[in-house]
Structure formats: C-alpha cells, structure tokens
Design a protein around this ligand. Sequence first.
Ligand code: DP6
Length: 325
Amino acid sequence: MASLTASATAHPNIAFIKYWGNRDAELRLPSNGSISMNLDSLFTHTRVKFDPGVDEDRLSLNGQEQDGVALQRVSKLLDRVRKMAYLRTFAVVDSENNFPTGAGIASSASAFAALSVAASKAAGLELSESELSRLARTGSGSACRSIPSGFVEWRAAERDRDSFAFSIALPEHWDLVDCIAIISSEHKTTGSSDGHALASSSPVQSMRVADAPRRIDICRKAILERDFDALAQMVEQDCHIMHAVMMTSTPPLLYWQPATLGVMQKVLTWRAEGLAVCYTIDAGANVHVLCPAPLLETVVQMLKQVEGVKQIFAAHPGGAVQIGD
Ligand code: DP6
C-alpha cells in the first residue's frame, strides 16, 4: 500500500531554443522541439498528500490557499495521476518556490515537474523518467524539460507517448550561468498558455517551425562542444524569431519594455568588445543573460549599471527533479 504522501523538488529551466505553439493544445504536443538548461539555485518544493478526509483538491502556494485557474490546472494533472493509479481520493498540495513569486521568474516548469513526481510517487506509481516528463508536459509544456538533468532536449513528436524530454549533457559538462535581469515583476497580460494559442495566427510561425530542426542541431552541437560563440548566435536568433512570431500574432504580443531593449543592446556591445555573453527572453520583459561561470561577477556588476535592471538572480546548470524533502 502506498503511503499516499510524497514530496519533490524541481528547478525551472531557461530555453535556448524555445517552445512556442502547440500542434495539440490539450496534450501540449509542441509545434517544434526545444532545448533548455535547468537553473540550479531556483527551485519549487511540492508535497502531495492524497487525503480521504478532504472532499476536493486543495492547493497552497507559498502558504497562500489558491483557487480558480491555478487550482483547476493542478486538479487536471492530479486527475491523470488518479486515473493511472485507480485512485479516487482528493489531494492536499503544498508548494513553495524559493524565489519570490512576484519577481517575474516563470514557475510553471518547476511547479508541474515537482507536482508530477510528488503526486505519482504519493499515488504509488513507479514511473520512468520519460513517463514523468510526459506527465509533467500535460501540466505545462516546459515542465517536461525540468524532469531530466542539466542540458535537456524535448523532441517535437506527433504522439503523446513520443513527446518527452531527455538530458543531452549533465550539469558538470559546462558551467554556464544564467544571470536573470529582472526588469518587471508585473503580472504578464498574456500568459504563455494563451500565447501558444496565438502562435499560428502569425505568418512567421510556419517558417519558425520549419527552420527549428536547424536551430536545434546547431544549439545541441554548440552545447556538446562547449562552443560559446556558436551558442550565443543561435540562442539570440531563436529568441528573436519567437518574439517576431509574438509581435506578428493577431492580436500582437509585445513583451519587451524599454529596459529590455536596453539590456539587449548592452549585451550585444559587450560581445562585440570580446566578452562571452548573450541573451534570451521568454514571454515577459526580463532578460536572461548567459555567460561562462568565470565571467559571472563581471557580468553581474555590468548588468547592475544598466538602467531599469531592478534585481539579478544567477543560476548555474541544475540537476534533475528529486524525490523527497
Ligand atoms: C516562452 O511551458 O509556460 O518560456 O505549456 O502553457 O504552461 P504552458 O506554456 P509554458 O511555455 C513556455 C514558453 C517560453 C519558451 C520555453 O520555455 O520554451
């Protein structure tokens, strides 16, 4: 008999080649493959208890009871776990992020990765890494990449059972750092889930998807060869192409703020001057500035001088999701 209680800890990840748009929104089967790096210093810790004493699922996030869409999304994932485990009990879920929720750092990847592992363990299921990745994917696409360790690839696949993420290199392979320049902590007007649904309204999306295998191959090779220049060019190009899709959707999505562009221009100047730095931006205004670890202090000091940068979080490559406290 399973203990019906388990916990797990997962890191968020930053995509070098982005996931934007689904071929199947319900299953979160992506329109294109993606590559990411887990972020070691940031994490979500989640405890799940299937409790016969409650008559509905409950979710608390950083000590605050949640309802509405956040709870519905969690319940939907719990339903999948209950179905697999032939369980009917509702669950009490307690989740905590070690980074401020309002900082503008996306937490759905680490949240659904930790939830999938804790919930399936609590339900007595013994799932493999790829099964956990597939489960996490149905909660939030990018969460499937927070299950395996280090540098991770998620292949575009037509069927549910083929769409999961796997490690292409462990964290020790390359000590890169993501310096996250926080520009805005405001809640996004259009979240990723709604944004994915708009991707196909952009005339740029079909070109973006068709060209994705080329960008993935170059990015994977750059990681395996620890070739920062090649990585920098591809990471920035992929970021620009995704934002081109966002900006040309109907309605258009423009996530950048003046300070976002300010950081982008500084990073390009620093690289032209010989510093190994590049940037990428998700569905928000914050800029992820990547550099080899020995440059961390220099880059943080330089970023602090850029107008509009409110706070900086630094993260090295992170490991796989962990079961337990
Ligand atoms: C721009 O995984 O957050 O960060 O599946 O709706 O939860 P949902 O979307 P999500 O999308 C991530 C979009 C992105 C790019 C990326 O991480 O690949």
